[in-house]
Design a protein around this ligand. Structure first.
Ligand SMILES: [Zn+2]
Ligand SMILES: [Zn+2]
Length: 360
């Protein structure tokens, strides 16, 4: 492979450009995948404010993707060159308590990130999602059935996938009243998965454009959190005015986190799905005794697709109703060479889910 290159996206504040890096090296337990779609998740933040979150390098961003295996490390079984696959984020150990239970790879006790993937393989590129050729551990790959378009398979990442697991974990059923806050692509995908289960959906939000999206995906009630009686409006929609059974908080900000907890019924649960991490004060002020204990409320979180949900998720992604929803959730696709335009579209709040296509 001497001289062969890998094109990857290098993102700085206000600038995203394709650069060339050495083609990846691959060891046992890993594969090289020619990426077909690289969805954007939270990577507009480095572009917007130069904040890299948990990423270590400007040329190794992105964590979602689908593509075709072009090379396998020695001794890999269960996959072949030419297989079409979904790539799940990171590198889970496969042997810890979390992995043995089939829970979320991101919550693996020995979870490793992208620096470790490249170091382990002696590679100088490829661990990031915004790559032409991506390096990934095979336990983070799932084969895509023949006939399932890459576009729908890619929704197994942070769109229908991570929200599917959050809703599956709490066994949401038609009798449940669920609040959703933070209407970006995760919030919209949460609404879709809740409607898939037949639940009632109440959305708390302010932006008119975003609320139109929420309505489009089937929100039953929309309430403005700036209204003095917002809590009464939400509760009035629920049986006996008791409050929502669950709140799916997708903004990541204390403003909505606190409201999500406060409005719940007794014995209700707030699930934190939002990821707003940035260099501002993200402290949530809670009085545990009055806000949680006396009313018996729970707070939990979920960031990832559980290993044990991968099979069922793939079935759901093959249903025509769900594919119709994904067609509406994915509002834009840009070639990677026009990534700057993609990030500007996201920052202008004109998009829901945006895909980068490794075309140069
Ligand atoms: Zn593990
Ligand atoms: Zn993601």
């Amino acid at each position: 492979m001497a001289g062969k290159v890998n094109r990857v996206l290098h993102i700085e504040q206000g600038k995203a450009e394709v650069v060339e890096r050495p083609y990846p090296r691959v060891k046992e337990g890993f594969a090289i995948i020619k990426v077909h779609i690289a969805p954007i998740c939270t990577e507009q933040k480095p572009f917007d404010i130069g904040f890299y979150e948990w990423y270590e390098r400007a040329d190794r961003l992105g964590h979602e993707g689908v593509g075709e295996i072009v090379e396998l490390g020695p001794g890999v079984s269960g996959f072949s060159v030419g297989d079409r696959v979904i790539i799940y984020q990171g590198w889970a150990c496969g042997t810890c308590w979390v992995c043995r239970q089939g829970l979320g790879a991101t919550h693996c006790i020995n979870f490793k990130g992208y620096q470790e993937i490249e170091d382990h393989n002696g590679s100088e590129s490829g661990a990031g999602g915004f790559s032409q050729f991506r390096l990934a551990p095979v336990n983070m790959l799932q084969k895509i059935p023949d006939g399932l378009d890459y576009k729908y398979a890619s929704a197994a990442n942070c769109l229908i996938g991570c929200t599917y697991t959050a809703i599956q974990e709490h066994q949401i059923r038609p009798e449940h009243y669920c609040l959703v806050t933070g209407i970006g692509f995760i919030g919209c995908a949460t609404i879709v998965n809740l409607k898939y289960r037949g639940a009632k959906v109440i959305v708390l939000g302010r932006s008119q454009g975003r609320m139109e999206m929420a309505r489009q995906f089937g929100a039953d009630l929309i309430v403005n959190p700036e209204d003095a009686d917002w809590m009464d409006q939400v509760r009035a929609f629920t049986p006996d005015g008791r409050g929502p059974d669950f709140a799916f908080e997708c903004s990541g900000y204390p403003y909505y986190q606190k409201k999500s907890i406060d409005v719940l019924r007794h014995y209700g649960t707030t699930i934190l799905l939002g990821y707003a991490a940035q260099e501002t004060d993200m402290t949530l002020n809670l009085h545990t005794e009055t806000d949680l204990c006396w009313c018996h409320k729970s707070i939990t979180a979920s960031f990832d697709v559980a290993f044990r949900d991968r099979g069922d998720l793939l079935e759901v992604l093959q249903e025509s109703w769900m594919q119709g929803q994904i067609d509406q959730l994915v509002t834009h696709q840009f070639p990677m060479s026009r990534a700057t335009e993609a990030f500007e579209t996201i920052l202008a709040k004109k998009a829901c889910k945006v895909h980068l296509l490794p075309q140069f």
